[in-house]
Design a protein around this ligand. Structure first.
Ligand SMILES: Nc1ncnc2c1ncn2[C@@H]1O[C@H](COP(=O)(O)OP(=O)(O)OP(=O)(O)O)[C@@H](O)[C@H]1O
Length: 223
């Protein structure tokens, strides 16, 4: 059984076809990098796989279950309970401390504040963020903020982590540190990862790379 799968997915924004029959199947625990030129449909594919966008046709499956036919409410519950997300930058809540940001998915899942913060704290050591628990996002470097975002993406032990250019705003050394930690944490947790990047060095951390071109996944490269 695949963990995350798109079958012949088509999606247009008005007159613009973003996906023209995209298929990809990700195994449980696999880390797949989605590469391809700008505008080829990478983010749209990620958003379809994560149940954010609903394709015009085709199917999306998670853990053997079709998810594109679920209601918006059920998809949003699925995203909250089973998926983690890391985006390019700026996605921490500025009013919250770093540890509150990490605890956020647990709080949204109904975990009590003290218990959520207790679960959040070990991630600071794991992701080399010790001492930064009480800082707000404005007081963190770009790399620190991305590691906080990564901790937040993984804290609720999601079945799948969806990352869209998670190192896009970082210099290459900082980006590699974030990727190292993303890959090692995902492997320890057995989390399936779908990662959009146009950086070949970032994609090299994945088990497998797929290339999106003109809205189709038309090339497979084994890393
Ligand atoms: N919300 C939207 N409304 C209209 N058109 C959109 C929207 N989102 C994406 N598109 C169009 O769909 C196509 C695919 O976009 P997408 O963002 O998936 O590409 P991408 O490969 O992720 O690009 P990039 O690498 O530049 O982020 C592009 O032609 C884009 O202009």
């Amino acid at each position: 059984m695949t963990a995350v799968e798109a079958r012949d997915v088509k999606l247009s924004f008005g007159e613009t076809p973003a996906l023209r029959g995209a298929s990809v199947a990700v195994e449980p625990g696999e880390i797949v990098a989605v590469m391809g030129p700008s505008g080829s449909g990478k983010s749209t594919l990620l958003h379809c796989l994560a149940g954010i966008l609903v394709p015009d046709s085709g199917e999306i499956h998670f853990d053997g279950r079709r998810i594109d036919t679920l209601s918006e409410t059920r998809r949003s519950v699925l995203r909250r309970d089973r998926f983690g997300f890391v985006f390019q930058s700026g996605q921490l809540v500025p009013e919250l401390t770093a540890e509150e940001n990490v605890a956020l998915p647990l709080l949204l899942n109904g975990v009590k504040r003290a218990a959520a913060l207790k679960e959040a704290r070990p991630w600071f050591q794991r992701l080399d963020l010790t001492g930064l628990e009480r800082r707000r996002s404005g007081e963190l470097s770009g790399g620190q903020a991305q590691r906080v975002a990564l901790a937040r993406g993984l804290v609720a032990r999601p079945g799948a982590l969806f990352a869209d250019e998670p190192t896009g705003a970082l210099d290459s050394l900082t980006g590699e540190q974030v990727m190292d930690l993303l890959v090692s944490s995902a492997r320890e947790e057995g989390t399936t990862v779908v990662l959009v990047t146009h950086d070949a060095r970032v994609a090299a951390y994945a088990d497998r790379q797929v290339i999106v071109r003109d809205g189709k996944v038309n090339a497979l490269v084994t890393a």
